[in-house]
Write a protein that binds this ligand. Structure first.
Ligand code: FAD
Length: 385
């Protein structure tokens, strides 16, 4: 474990998602001390960690490069995964980009593979598993020091910087602002078709090497090829936050997908319907939440946020992980500058500048994501014809 010298800030990272893990790795790479507190009980507590992510050259990949992990990333990335097709409800292809022009800019990687790369690169003793943080607060008798409290009743004290990288429902955010995520108006229902090439070659052909979006009637079937031979299909609907509970579908039952498809996509081409009907695992409905576009808070020396905790947005700009990694890179560089500059200015000054840049960058992408969602659910496929 890296030894923290007296002149280094003591740093707690709350959450071991992509943002928290790359921040830890970047600090470790720069010989800076830190501890990650993650609520999951162990590295293997959650088996499948979501779908495929495109990692952008200027943000996610740059963070990996500066963390000394880009060569490892290249061993696992899928350049062909950048391909995109847009299909209408009759299953005609309206737009197709086979992704070759983006070979070096937006390759895909499965979320769990990225997580493994990051976890393998961090000294295991720097991660405390099974530590759900419930609260951060100033230490009563120590100026500029913070204490964190855990759900198991324990506390850790004396941190100079607490970084909330704990995602959408951050328990660190309430220390900085009362703003909470609200429902965006969209719902996604996730299905997964395993071993698609051998079991359903016709679906494999429709989706191609990357993503295929079937759009129409203000809704969609968004499919994404994963590196494990599966395809994930996300049903996109505009509906109330409580729709999954209210719609009468029993999500654990085998016929959930038939009921959903007949109710929402009854007059769509069978090839589109099969993108969900052939799913072989339980469907998972998720309302999509977002923080206000342009969210800001008054900087509080010693406590900050990165990634979804700071600027949760809908996934329609495809940038959430990239922003989280970019935030981590900028924050790691800010901390390094503070240490390298012999602490001429207080850490809070570096933190404030970091937050200003992060929130301005996030504002632009949150707006883009919102515009994309409106386009996909409003004008839908006609935009691409
Ligand atoms: C359906 C869908 C598809 C998406 N597709 C893409 C995509 O293609 N490309 C892309 O870039 N982004 C995508 N995103 C967005 C992306 O998933 C997020 O932006 C990204 O995961 C944010 O990373 P993070 O590290 O900030 O937070 P998270 O990934 O949410 O990680 C937070 C971590 O903190 C832990 N945690 C939470 N609370 C606590 C606590 N109280 N104490 C301790 N630990 C805690 C969690 O267990 C988790 O490990 C998608 C999102 C959705 C919903």
């Amino acid at each position: 474990m890296v030894t923290t010298s007296y002149s280094q800030p003591r740093i707690a990272i709350i959450g071991g998602g992509p943002g928290g893990l790359i921040l830890g790795r970047l600090l470790q790479y720069n010989q800076l001390g830190f501890t990650i507190f993650e609520r999951e009980s162990s590295r293997s507590a959650r088996q499948l960690q979501g779908g495929s992510l495109d990692i952008h050259a200027e943000s996610g990949q740059e963070a990996l490069r500066q963390a000394g992990l880009h060569d490892t990333f290249k061993l696992h990335m899928r350049v062909e995964g950048a391909a995109l097709r847009v299909i209408n409800k009759q299953a005609d292809v309206l737009f197709s980009d086979e992704g070759r022009g983006e070979e070096d800019t937006r390759p895909e990687i499965d979320r769990h593979v990225l997580r493994d790369i990051l976890l393998d690169s961090i000294e295991p003793s720097s991660i405390c598993w099974g530590k759900k943080v419930v609260k951060v607060e100033p230490v009563a008798d120590q100026a500029n020091k913070f204490q964190i409290s855990f759900a198991d009743g324990t506390t850790e004290s004396g941190f100079d910087l607490v970084v909330g990288a704990d995602g959408a429902w951050s328990n660190i955010r309430p220390f900085l602002t009362d703003i909470k995520p609200s429902h965006s108006g969209a719902i996604m229902v996730e299905g997964r078709i395993a071993d698609v090439d051998t079991r359903y070659p016709e679906i494999s052909k429709v989706v191609g090497h990357g993503s295929a979006f079937a759009l129409g009637d203000r809704k969609g079937l968004l499919c994404q090829r994963n590196g494990d031979g599966s395809i994930r299909t996300y049903v996109l609907l505009i509906a109330q936050e409580t729709w999954a509970k209210d719609c009468g579908i029993d999500w654990v039952k085998e016929d959930a997908k038939d009921i959903l498809i007949e109710a929402e996509f009854g007059d769509w081409d069978q090839r589109n319907k099969d993108l969900l009907l052939k799913a072989n695992e339980e469907l998972i409905p998720r309302p999509l939440y977002m923080l206000p576009i342009g969210i800001k808070w008054e900087s509080c020396p010693g406590v900050t946020l990165i990634g979804d905790a700071a600027h949760l947005m809908t996934p329609f700009a495809g940038v959430g992980v990239n922003l989280a990694m970019n935030d981590a890179l900028d924050l790691a560089n800010a901390i390094k500058s503070f240490v390298d500059d012999d602490q001429d200015a207080p850490l809070s000054e570096y933190q404030r500048k970091f937050e200003e840049n992060m929130l301005e960058r996030a504002r632009k992408f949150a707006q883009e994501s919102w515009n994309n969602m409106k386009m996909m659910t409003g004008i839908a496929a006609s935009t691409f014809s």
